[in-house]
Design a protein around this ligand. Sequence first.
Ligand code: ATP
Length: 248
Amino acid sequence: MIIVEGVSKTYANGQPAALDNVSLQIADGSIFGIVGRSGAGKSTLLRCLNLLERPTSGRILLDGQDLTQLSDKQLREQRQRIGMIFQGFNLLHSRNVADNVAVPLEIANVPKAERAARVAELLALVGLSDKAQAFPSQLSGGQKQRVGIARALAARPAYLLSDEATSALDPETTASILELLRDINRQLGVTIVLITHELEVVKAICDSAVSLAEGRVVESGTLVQLQADPSSRLGRSLAPSLQVVRAV
Ligand SMILES: Nc1ncnc2c1ncn2[C@@H]1O[C@H](COP(=O)(O)OP(=O)(O)OP(=O)(O)O)[C@@H](O)[C@H]1O
């Protein structure tokens, strides 16, 4: 479980807080969405979860361990438990697909033969076994994101953070990547935290969501709770689409 406890983040003196006393809990095995307008603090919050950004105050508890109190070595170890995928994929263009996926395994000093077996397993998981030798420039956006997902899962993380991972993709490709993320969540039990500006993404795969405005939590809860609460704006925006049933 991830617990965010009273987290504030100010980037520079005199600037308004990017996060202002944010508290929330992310249950194990869930898919948790972070929504809000541009500048609301979504990326800052996501990056605080693995301490890519260090909170100015507050605590980030990962399975009970406060990340803000760890030494650099302990933090590196904990970060292996948190994979991350990005809107721009962040692949290494001079390396082929298999070698991109192997990066975290190389960093963790996994022996070569074991690395190759793990990479093959990951490429099968994301449906890219036939692209192992291809270079990123030869792939579609959806395929590049699949490589990003395989790389993020290489070290068998318990958590996967997704920073607008489908924003650069067309609707059909978005749907197939969301399906893959849901399969990973269900099959591997990986907890997924995602930022999105598309409420359709939250509707499609999230169990819970938080909305942020000006660095503060406006609402949070499970989708079922939010949808059942008539006073919830987020719940109304996430209402299931009306099905038009036509009599034949
Ligand atoms: N590295 C940084 N240095 C200074 N200010 C920053 C930095 N990163 C973000 N900010 C500021 O913090 C606030 C929150 O930004 P953040 O990127 O977290 O919002 P966001 O909701 O993810 O926005 P977007 O949807 O546009 O990515 C904004 O006012 C932004 O300008």
